[in-house]
Design a protein. Structure first.
Length: 276
């Protein structure tokens, strides 16, 4: 009997220990001395591999580094596939998601989110020779996009009769359009405009359709219930806003000298607004 009671006590103690450990991820991060950020690495200028340094760089990479600095730990950047983002976070292989992640109601049941870090829309690129001039013109046509993101459900909602083909990365989907594998390529506005700019003289052969198929709000993903880590991430974002560094990072990666060429920043790190 005593042995059974002793075993039961050990089990309860172990469960309690695991619960405490799981509930204090911030302390674990500080103890191990590193913050592991999961990012895409294929979504310029949010996160991509620099051709010269061969290192992951970008807007979200810089924000990861800023959060790690504020926590007094080393930033570790881990590249993920789009579809693997939330599973990798839930399984504890990364600490936060800095990976072009749309904050929406569906995902709120799976993970928590930081303050919003970027506002964008989703657009469609087509070849001029297709004679498609509006999103409605994609009905019955094949559209290419990345697997595991919000692009696929959003284009299906916007164009009920569309045929969607997905690829592992947005770059593969974009290349598929160039190779004639579909009539259109759908992606987040920033990524799409960045790819469009790289066409150079060939831009004359393509059209960015004028309508947004959705409005997207990006945020960083955090495991459910990690209030301490969420507070630390949000505090860092507010500090970057107050110091002006948030504004500087925006124009560094999205401003007039970038491929995207945004002329102004229309949001701040001060809310947790979600996808409309």
């Amino acid at each position: 009997m005593q042995t059974r009671l002793h075993l039961a006590a050990l089990v309860l103690t172990s469960v309690a220990f695991v619960q405490v450990a799981q509930a204090d991820q911030l302390a674990t991060i500080k103890a191990k001395g590193e913050l592991v950020c999961g990012t895409l690495g294929t979504d310029e200028p949010n996160s991509f591999i620099d051709a010269k340094s061969r290192q992951l760089v970008g807007y979200e990479v810089d924000l990861c580094r800023a959060i790690a600095k504020s926590l007094g730990v080393k930033p570790v950047i881990k590249q993920l596939a789009v579809a693997a983002r939330i599973p990798e976070l839930q399984q504890g292989r990364i600490d936060i998601l800095t990976a072009s992640l749309t904050h929406n109601k569906e995902r709120e049941s799976l993970i928590d989110f930081s303050l919003s870090t970027f506002y964008t829309g989703q657009r469609v690129l087509v070849k001029k020779s297709s004679n498609i001039t509006s999103v409605a013109g994609l009905t019955g046509k094949k559209v290419l996009t990345v697997k595991g993101g919000t692009q696929e459900p959003n284009i299906r909602k916007a164009v009920p009769g569309v045929d969607v083909v997905t690829f592992e990365t947005s770059g593969q989907a974009y290349l598929g359009l160039q190779q004639g594998k579909g009539a259109g390529y759908v992606d987040d506005e920033v990524s799409l405009l960045n790819n469009y700019a790289k066409l150079g003289a060939a831009q004359k052969d393509y059209i960015v359709l004028p309508q947004n198929i959705s409005q997207e709000v990006f945020a960083f993903g955090i495991r459910k219930g990690e209030k301490g880590l969420k507070a630390a991430v949000d505090d860092t974002l507010r500090s970057l806003e107050k110091s002006g560094e948030a504004e500087q990072l925006f124009f560094k990666w999205y401003g007039p000298t970038s491929n995207v060429k945004f002329q102004k920043r229309t949001f701040k790190f001060d809310s947790d607004k979600i996808e409309s």
